[in-house]
Design a protein around this ligand. Structure first.
Ligand code: NAP
Length: 515
């Protein structure tokens, strides 16, 4: 069994005392263990600030970008090993693991290129110089890396991408990273950081790993630090109200759960409808539905709902659930036993307002796994009895292969009303060819969503599924989704930067800021 350690203060350190077990969700065998008890997490943050931060502040964007490129390559070099760990500790099929790992290296590469394009500067100009008096007297806003550490707390479902997408933005902005993956699936993150440490591509202190419980990590936060969290709404609320963070004024960014919607517009062309079916099925089953961006609510015009259930059912019939290591298996188990319990509780709440129209409320047929072993949940589609009257269907996120059809009257107005009931979402997607409907959806939904995806016949075949977060575009959402923002190119760096107004002799300041 693998003992996972933490990479802090420039070395690998093991926690003491009782270890937390990490499981194989297919066989329920323990595959690794870890502990952070007794580790000096305050010291880890100081080391990152003082050693990593100092190194990064001396580097230009191009140099930081080159470092991200090397980081991406070091992770890519152990891709096969990571895919195997994804199967072992997260129940990933090969496709699921690639989605996570290639998403990680791709995002690092995207930010590497952005760094290259920002060139030799160490700070960014924010707008033009502003004349504030006589000919030479002016002011210029600049953005520079905050002088603390970026403390990243991640969810269990993306152990590779979760580290990379946050680290790419922070490191390019000039902040050292202390990353804490969720304990249950930390094996992959640990293996990534092992590869990075061995490659020697990062200066000391630029990346640290806390592998296991957060313990007193946040008690050591300083005003100059940034905490970026991804996970459930309850933990997000605890972090939002953490006394040390409130006291110091450290910056906090939260990405929490979300009742994402997809909308079928009446009279969609065949190619648009096919893309709708394709993407609903993908979002339901990819990573066993354990994606924060997965679709939870499916809005379909009332008069098309029966036909949709039939067409989606035909598609889902092709999905083989089972041991993710077997050829021909499309969907593996949930990551942990407690996730199965939470999913079953959520399904019960939904069934008070919705009927099962596809799948089983139990584990269903599972290929290559005996008896009741493993954390399996069948793909499940429910249909709300009354989408407008329902409450749980807009409120309960079942973090698994489960979604609810909300029949609506076909008007943009009704669709917007239903989507808004999610009280702030990461993403909503609209599939249709009625241009007035699509226009109304942008105006009616933008304020309620971090991302809106419009798919018409002209883009249907090339469009990505809505659950795929891209480095170029914003990831995050208002309200229930946490109110945070990540990625979106240069926008993602903003969390890690201080804006400063530099006031004085304009031409002189301009010269100082050139290099
Ligand atoms: P979670 O239980 O909230 O845990 C998230 C992270 O917070 C883990 O690393 C966890 O560490 C840590 N944590 C727990 N209590 C803490 C505390 N008191 N102080 C500091 N850190 C603490 O969430 P999860 O079960 O991993 O993830 C599932 C949820 O995340 C779902 O609801 C999903 O919607 C959401 N999610 C959102 C996004 C997004 O981008 N918006 C992305 C992915 C997932 P331990 O594991 O050591 O307890």
């Amino acid at each position: 069994m693998q003992r996972l350690s933490s990479w802090i203060c420039g070395e690998w350190r093991e926690g003491t005392g009782a270890q937390s077990p990490l499981y194989n969700p297919t066989t329920e065998a323990v595959v690794a263990e870890t502990s952070t008890a007794g580790l000096d997490l305050g010291g880890a943050l100081s080391y990152a600030r003082n050693v990593g931060g100092t190194a990064l502040r001396e580097m230009s964007f191009a140099e930081r970008g080159a470092m991200l490129k090397a980081l991406s390559k070091a992770i890519h070099a152990v891709r096969e090993e990571l895919i195997e760990i994804g199967r072992l500790n997260a129940g990933n099929t090969r496709g699921d693991a690639k989605f996570d790992i290639d998403g990680a290296t791709g995002t690092l590469m995207y930010y590497a290129k952005l760094g290259e394009s920002l060139g030799d500067q160490r700070v960014l100009l924010d707008g033009d110089a502003i004349q504030i008096g006589g000919a030479r007297l002016s002011g210029q806003h600049i953005l520079s890396g905050r002088p603390g550490a970026a403390i990243h707390i991640n969810a269990f479902n993306f152990p590779a991408w979760g580290l990379a997408e946050k680290a790419a933005c922070a490191i390019l902005a000039g902040m050292p990273v202390v990353s804490k993956p969720a304990t249950s699936t930390a094996y992959m993150t640990w293996a990534m950081v092992q590869a990075v440490a061995q490659s020697g591509v990062l200066p000391e202190g630029v990346l640290s790993l806390v592998c296991g419980s957060a313990h007193d990590l946040l008690d050591h936060a300083e005003w100059s630090d940034v905490v970026a969290f991804t996970g459930g709404a309850d933990t997000a609320a605890r972090i939002r109200s953490h006394s040390r963070l409130l006291e110091t004024g450290a910056a906090v960014n939260l990405e929490a759960d979300s009742l994402n919607s997809t909308v079928l517009v009446p009279n969609a062309k065949d190619v648009t409808y096919d893309a709708f079916i394709r993407d609903v099925a993908k979002e339901l089953t990819q990573k066993a539905g354990q994606k924060c961006t997965a679709t939870r609510r499916i809005l379909v015009p009332e008069d098309q709902a029966d036909e949709f259930v039939e067409d989606l059912g035909e598609r889902l019939d092709q999905i083989v659930v089972g041991d993710p290591g077997l050829k021909g298996v499309h969907m593996g188990p949930l990551a942990t036993q407690s996730q199965v319990g939470a999913a079953q509780e959520g399904i019960s709440a939904l069934r008070a307002e919705a009927d099962v129209v596809y799948g089983s409320t139990k584990r269903g047929e599972v290929k290559g796994v005996d008896g009741d072993t493993g954390y399996f949940v069948s793909p499940l589609i429910l249909r709300a009895r009354d989408a407008h009257a329902g409450q749980a269907v807009h409120d309960v996120e079942v973090f698994g292969p489960v979604a609810t059809i909300l029949p609506y009257d076909g008007s943009a107005d009704a669709a917007c009303q239903l989507v808004r009931r999610g009280q702030g979402s990461l993403v909503s997607s609209i599939y249709g060819d009625d241009r007035q409907f699509l226009r109304d959806a942008i105006h009616g939904l933008a304020g309620w969503n971090g991302r809106l995806m419009l798919t018409d016949a002209k883009v249907a075949e090339q469009a990505y599924p809505p659950g795929m977060a891209l480095p170029h575009l914003l990831h995050g959402g208002p309200g229930r989704a946490g109110g945070g923002e990540e990625l979106g190119g240069q926008r993602g760096m903003r969390l890690y930067q201080q804006r400063t107004a530099i006031q004085g002799n304009g031409p002189l300041i301009a010269r100082f800021l050139e290099g």
